[in-house]
Write a protein of this length. Sequence first.
Lengths: 112, 110
Amino acid sequence: DVKVTQSSRYLVKRTGEKVFLECVQDMDHENMFWYRQDPGLGLRLIYFSYDVKMKEKGDIPEGYSVSREKKERFSLILESASTNQTSMYLCASSLAGGETQYFGPGTRLLVL
Amino acid sequence: EDQVTQSPEALRLQEGESSSLNCSYTVSGLRGLFWYRQDPGKGPEFLFTLYSAGEEKEKERLKATLTKKESFLHITAPKPEDSATYLCAVQNQAGTALIFGKGTTLSVSS
């Protein structure tokens, strides 16, 4: 079974803090993705990576950065958290030539 | 622009009352259409991938079908444990990312 894990299920942070969200997959997948999910807006792609040290912007990259130093790990960084970044953050992974993405359990982030 | 629209937004069924969820899409060359199930507070769980018009896939009480413009997720004799949000997504030939619809929230009461 594909396993995607995220470092935290719930996080509470203050405005202006630097926030790190970690994602690890154990299936040797090349592609990894970060989405945020908000009521009424659905899932929106923030960034994705198709290889170590490679990254591509998604639909809403503003205010976020990512890091992929190892194949199995993909980090999402909020440089200076703001209240409009309160959301559910979902990590996913897939094979390089595969289409199906497998999701982690999500991190619910509250920025006060 | 690639787009996915799901209907209805919410659906309430009685246990055993069969129904269908709709996913309409426009995409520049379909590479795959995906159905996921999402329980409250959890990540989406993969259900099916469909690749070409006429294809069908089944899993327990769920059956997914695909035409050139839409997909249906048929739920036969649903049970309360089928209550969840069902998400549809497409991938075009050029891209890696999925384009998601906003989902249909299904509630099945006993």
